[in-house]
Design a protein around this ligand. Structure first.
Ligand code: FES
Ligand code: FES
Length: 154
């Protein structure tokens, strides 16, 4: 079926089987491999992207649902070839080890970052509750996200 949507700020369209997931579509049709495939069952959060400004696990969203939506992937948050401040602060905090969970973590954090609100450490923990990390113990990740949110001046 033909799907039309916005991907990282650009209008795009493609022909995909109805049973394709958003994850498969962005990786295989659009070649955006920054979004990771972990469990492929909605459990690990490695595939998190934004759909209409909300964090979703792209492995649980079927292609027809994406029609007309606004999707942002990890590739969509850099500017002029520079990392987003969330990524910078996570690197500074030592929040990245193997890095497999990192794009999904960053996108869950980005869903907070774009809101005009203050978020507590508890809010950050809730926002990344669906993002599993096997390496870092989470504290450094939360530190990095907290620093990035503070940089907004809220
Ligand atoms: S790959 Fe989607 S939640 Fe694990
Ligand atoms: S840094 Fe390895 S899974 Fe999170």
């Amino acid at each position: 079926m033909k799907i039309e949507f916005r991907l990282n700020g650009k209008d795009v369209s493609c022909d995909v089987p109805e049973n394709y997931t958003l994850l498969r579509m962005i990786r295989e049709v659009f070649g955006l491999t920054g979004t990771k495939k972990g469990c492929d069952q909605g459990e690990c959060g490695a595939c998190t992207v934004l759909m209409d400004k909300k964090a979703v696990t792209s492995c649980t969203v079927l292609a027809p649902v994406v029609n007309g939506k606004d999707i942002i992937t990890i590739e969509g948050i850099e500017k002029d070839g520079k990392m987003h401040i969330i990524q910078e602060k996570m690197v500074e905090a030592g929040a990245v080890q193997c890095g497999f969970c990192t794009p999904g973590m960053v996108m869950s954090a980005y869903a907070l970052f774009i809101q005009d609100k203050h978020f507590t450490r508890e809010d950050i923990k809730k926002a990344i509750a669906g993002n599993l990390c096997r390496c870092t113990g989470y504290e450094f990740i939360i530190d990095g996200i907290e620093k990035a949110l503070e940089s907004r001046g809220k």
